[in-house]
Structures are given as structure tokens and as C-alpha cells.
Design a protein around this ligand. Structure first.
Ligand SMILES: Cc1cc2nc3c(=O)[nH]c(=O)nc-3n(C[C@H](O)[C@H](O)[C@H](O)COP(=O)(O)OP(=O)(O)OC[C@H]3O[C@@H](n4cnc5c(N)ncnc54)[C@H](O)[C@@H]3O)c2cc1C
Length: 547
């Protein structure tokens, strides 16, 4: 089945929705499709608590925000990108307010600005401690009011449709699968926006929801786009330790408001690791907790706010208070058990600030992109900012691109004969491989790495990747198979990048090379033709659609 649109957006988080809404407004006679793999709201965005970092108060300055960002990025931020994004911050906050986002305000009507680790001043605009949910609500409502946006929910993008034009690699569409009714569709459009978010699900412990399997990065890489800086995975220091239950993040804003990390004996330990103590950047805090846990053998450390005013806690962190209470912890009286878990990917598909990639017509924005904003470590609450600013810039750029180029209605790509795929293997085989992949990543490619462990991880992942490609080619399509295929590729990219960088910098800590070495003061860029195993390049579905 074929669908033709002016613009196709994959993903309905902050990046995808902001982009779709603006593009649909700029192109009132055009049609925009938003493809999203689960319910429209299910995204990393929906779970963001802390807020959006931006310069809003008279005592703050753009220079200060830039300098905090560069400091966290440990030498790898792209200064111009950082400056442009930060300068545009207040404008996108106003746009979000116009769209209907209700940020928390103080009594005087000004924004209530939170403080988070690594920021030298209060500058985080938030909607109580449910900022992401409020943004998602307002953006979705606004998109639904646009008659020229069609939503395709519970629909997963599988691969990009690419073709060569005058020796240029072009993208003209995306193949999708909807499990209900087992519908396969090819969406064609001159502009494809990948806003598919993060990769947290390649780890065993993660703050990310199920959708975060790195699909966009895998699709773009398979289609020929470069990816960069995949070794820089941010581990959130404080996820609620509640084994066997859905992960729940304890926002960094809790430390910003005076929360203190203690061990099981009540000893505050952050002063032994960094001058900023509990307000140190999150990679330092995550490593400190990792080290405390390794030394003590305890399953968790604790975050204590019981010394703060009870009324303030309930008002500032109503969601955290309620969720912990539901799980048997009264945070106004008891310390919260916490552990670090995979949270944010600073790397991604190489893109400029307009979201342009190596492939003509293919745009990427938000967490799936690597622009140079975060360098080797993201400053807290800078990711929503980057996602929304990029979406704003990319909508202008992609419309101009569309208007100045002629495109074939249906690009000359081979027909996709999915229905010929047969066979039916027991599901346990795929489930098992997913579990092994996640455990491998958590145990061997976590907060502290070694070349030995990276090599072991690489060997295991190569086997899983090969198996995943085989399932994908021979079994009926299913979410677990499609996601395993993407996760094994993305996990392999993380290992490859981490093995290449023979130093410790930002979020990448390598026991064999614990020092920062300025010979590595550059991005780790992986080009598809250097990496994909030769055999994979030869694999084709029965229709000749190249993988
Ligand atoms: C618990 C938590 C708290 C956070 N707190 C903050 C914070 O306070 N401040 C901050 O700046 N950042 C925070 N972050 C990070 C931030 O939320 C994300 O980086 C940001 O929301 C990413 O937005 P996005 O639009 O790029 O991706 P997402 O919001 O993750 O959206 C991705 C979308 O793509 C869809 N998708 C993925 N693959 C496919 C596919 N193959 N086919 C179809 N659809 C697909 C998903 O279903 C989803 O709709 C937090 C993250 C988490 C997990």
C-alpha cells in the first residue's frame, strides 16, 4: 500500500510534534503525516520532569549558559551550535506558551526557574515536575487541530526508501508496518523527518520508555548517513531503586533544591568526589554512585530530602512524592533508594542545526541527532531545548528545500515485497536475544568501561546482530524482531565508538586510559561503509530492497 505526502515525520515527541505543527502551518495546502510506533504520547518527552534550560532571568546571561554547556561538554561541543541554540531558547519558550504549554510561574507571574546539576544559576523553566507531559499534551492538542496533519499510530517505521539522483544519495520515503491487520505501507514524501528519540532500551537499567530502541539512528545508518559520538551515553544518577517495577526517575531538580546523596549508614559522600558536591555534573554523580555501590556491595544509595520543608516538597515535586508514596516511601520522612541507569544519548545521526543529514531530503532532530550541542556530556535540561530549537529551524529549512527541488512522485526504489516472508519461529528466541543484548550492554558497556569488556561485548553483539538480520529476513514482521535488529546495530555502534576512543572524557570513562588526552579532541564519526559487515550489504529482502 502506498501513501503520498508533502512531509513525513517519524516520531511524536517534542521534536516530531513541534516540527509537524510548524511545517503544517507553513504549508496549509500540503499534507503532513506523523508516524508513531505506539500511542501518540509515548515518548521520552512525556517522561521529562525537570524542564527546559533557558536564559529567562535578569541575573542570568547567554554567555553563562553557553559556558556551563561547554564546560559539561568537556571540549567536544560545537561552540557555534551551542550559541545559536541557547540564543534561540527564550523564543521557543514563548512559542510553546503560545501553543498552550502552562509552565509554572511564581506569584509575580515570572517563570519559576529551577536549578539542576552543572548549571551555575537557576534557569530551568518547568511545569511542576511533569514538564514533558504538559508539553506533549499541548503539542498534541495543537497538532490535532490542524486538518492537514494525519496521525498513523501503532505504526513502526522499518527502513528509509533511498535512491540515487545525479550521484547524490536521496531519501524519498519510509517503509512502515502496523501490527493490527498486519498492514505494510510505503510512505513517499520529498522531506522525511526522523524524530525517533533515544536508545535507552539497549541497556538493562534505563529511564527511557519501551519506544527508545534507537530505530531512527539504525535506519539512517543503514541508509548511508554517518553517526557520531555514540560512546557518550549519559547515565541518570538517580532512578528509584525498585526491582521488578517500571523505572521511575528522581529528577536532578531534587538535588538542585537541596537533596543530599547518602549511603546506607547516612554518610553524605559527594563531597569526596567533587567541589560542587551534590550539584556536580551528572556523569560525576553517576560515577560516584557506581563507585560507592561497587565498594559497599549495597544494591542502592539514597537521596535524602527529609530535612526540607514538607509543604515545599509536596508542592515542588508532587509527582515524585505521589509515586514514591504509592511504592511505600514517604519522601518527606524517608530517604529514597536510588541507582544510576541509562538515560540520554549525546551521539546520533550527524546533523547540522537545521537537521540536515548526509542524505538529501532526510532530516533528523531531537535526541536521535548529533549536532555538537552536547559534546561529550549533556548539561541537564539542554536536550528538550535542543530538540525544540532544531525542530523550529528544520521546519523552515525543509520547506525551502522542498520548494527549490523537483522530486519524483514515487522515487525509483524497488517494490517492497514483504508479504512473501514466511516461517514462524518461537518468540522465546527473540526475547532471549533482547535480554542478552541488554545485559551485555549494562554489564560490559556501562558507566565504567574497559577494553577487555568492550571486546567481549562486541563479540556477543555481532552474533546477535547477525541473528537479528536473519529473523528480520525470514520471519513474519513483529515489533520485537524489528527492534532487536535496530538495537543490535545501535549497541554495536556504541561499542565501536567506545573502543575507538582511547581516553576518558565526559561520559566515556575507560579504565585502561583514565586520563583525558587532547589527541582525542574530536568527534567519533562512524561511516556506514566502514562498519556494516560486508555480508549485510549483500543481504536483500526477496524484492531486492537493499539492507
Ligand atoms: C525520564 C526522563 C526524564 C527526562 N527529563 C528531561 C528534562 O527534564 N529536561 C530535558 O531537557 N530532557 C529530559 N529528558 C530527555 C528528553 O526528554 C529527551 O531527550 C527528549 O524528550 C527527546 O525528544 P525527541 O522528540 O527527540 O524524542 P522522543 O520524545 O523520545 O520521541 C520519539 C518518538 O519517536 C517514536 N518512534 C521511535 N522509533 C520509531 C519508529 N521506528 N517508528 C515510528 N515511531 C517511532 C516514538 O514512539 C516517539 O513518539 C528526560 C528523559 C527521560 C527518559
Amino acid at each position: 500500500m502506498e501513501k503520498h505526502y508533502d512531509i513525513v515525520v517519524v516520531g511524536s515527541g517534542i521534536a516530531g510534534l513541534f516540527f509537524a505543527r510548524k511545517a503544517a502551518g507553513l504549508l496549509p495546502r500540503g499534507r503532513v503525516a506523523v508516524i508513531t510506533k505506539k500511542d501518540e504520547t509515548e515518548s521520552n518527552t512525556n517522561y521529562a520532569q525537570g524542564g527546559i534550560a533557558t536564559v529567562m532571568s535578569g541575573v542570568d546571561s547567554f554567555d553563562l549558559h553557553v559556558s556551563d554547556t561547554l564546560k559539561a561538554g568537556a571540549g567536544l561541543c560545537h561552540r557555534k551550535v551551542v550559541e545559536d541554540i541557547i540564543l534561540h531558547g527564550p523564543k521557543v519558550i514563548e512559542k510553546l506558551v503560545e501553543i498552550g504549554v502552562k509552565f509554572t510561574r511564581s506569584k509575580g507571574g515570572t517563570y519559576d526557574l529551577g536549578r539542576e546539576g552543572g548549571h551555575s544559576i537557576n534557569r530551568v523553566v518547568h511545569a511542576s515536575d511533569l514538564t514533558g507531559r504538559e508539553i506533549e499534551r499541548a503539542l498534541l492538542e495543537s497538532c490535532r487541530q490542524r486538518p492537514n496533519i494525519d496521525f498513523y499510530r501503532e505504526t513502526i517505521a522499518l527502513d528509509l526508501i533511498t535512491y540515487q539522483h545525479k550521484n547524490i544519495n536521496c531519501c524519498g520515503g519510509v517503509y512502515t508496518f502496523t501490527p493490527r491487520g498486519r498492514v505494510f505501507r510505503s510512505f513517499y514524501a520529498p522531506v522525511i523527518m526522523l524524530a525517533t528519540g533515544g536508545i535507552g532500551q539497549v541497556y538493562f537499567h534505563t529511564t527511557n520508555p519501551d519506544i527508545a530502541t534507537g530505530d531512527g539512528i539504525a535506519m539512517a545508518f543503514r541508509a548511508g548517513a554517518r553517526v557520531a559520538n555514540m560512546e557518550f551515553i549519559q547515565f541518570h544518577p538517580t532512578t528509584l531503586y525498585d526491582p521488578g517495577r517500571r523505572p521511575f526517575l528522581i529528577s536532578e531538580a531534587v538535588r538542585g533544591e537541596g537533596g543530599i546523596l547518602i549511603d546506607s549508614a547516612g554518610r553524605p559522600f559527594m563531597k569526596e568526589y567533587h567541589a560542587q558536591k551534590d550539584l556536580a555534573p551528572r556523569d560525576i554523580v553517576a560515577r560516584a554512585i557506581d563507585s560507592e555501590l561497587k565498594q559497599s556491595g549495597a544494591p542502592s544509595v539514597f537521596l535524602d530530602v527529609s530535612h526540607l520543608d514538607k509543604v515545599f516538597i509536596k508542592k515542588r515535586f508532587p509527582n515524585i512524592y505521589k509515586e514514591c508514596k504509592k511504592r511505600g516511601i514517604d519522601i518527606t520522612r524517608q530517604p529514597i533508594p536510588v541507582v544510576p541507569s541509562a538515560h540520554y544519548n549525546c551521539g546520533g545521526v550527524v546533523a547540522d542545526l537545521q537537521g540536515r543529514t548526509d542524505i538529501s531530503g532526510l532530516y533528523v532532530c531531537g535526541e536521535a541527532a548529533c549536532t555538537g550541542m552536547h559534546g561529550a556530556n549533556r548539561l541537564a535540561s539542554n536536550s528538550l531545548l535542543e530538540a525544540v530549537v532544531m525542530a523550529d529551524f528544520a521546519s523552515d529549512d525543509s520547506l525551502a528545500f522542498r520548494q527549490t527541488n523537483n522530486f519524483p512522485d514515487t522515487p525509483p526504489a524497488g517494490e517492497w515485497l514483504h508479504s512473501s516472508l514466511g516461517g514462524n519461529r518461537e518468540k522465546i528466541v527473540v526475547t532471549h536475544d533482547i535480554e542478552v543484548l541488554k545485559k551485555t550492554m549494562s554489564d560490559f558497556v556501562g558507566i565504567v568501561r574497559s577494553l577487555d569488556r568492550l571486546q567481549m561485548a562486541g563479540e556477543r553483539l555481532r552474533i546477535i546482530q547477525k541473528a537479528a538480520e536473519h529473523y528480520y529476513l525470514t520471519q513474519p514482521a513483529s515489533y520485537p524482531i524489528i527492534e532487536l535488529r535496530n538495537m543490535s546495530l545501535v549497541a554495536g555502534l556504541i561499542v565501536r565508538a567506545a573502543t575507538r576512543r582511547k581516553e576518558s572524557r565526559g561520559l566515556h570513562y575507560l579504565l585502561d586510559h583514565p586520563e583525558t588526552d587532547d589527541r582525542w579532541l574530536h568527534n567519533t564519526v562512524i561511516r556506514p561503509h566502514n562498519y556494516l559487515p560486508r555480508k549485510n550489504n549483500l543481504l536483500r529482502r526477496k524484492d531486492g530492497h537493499s539492507l
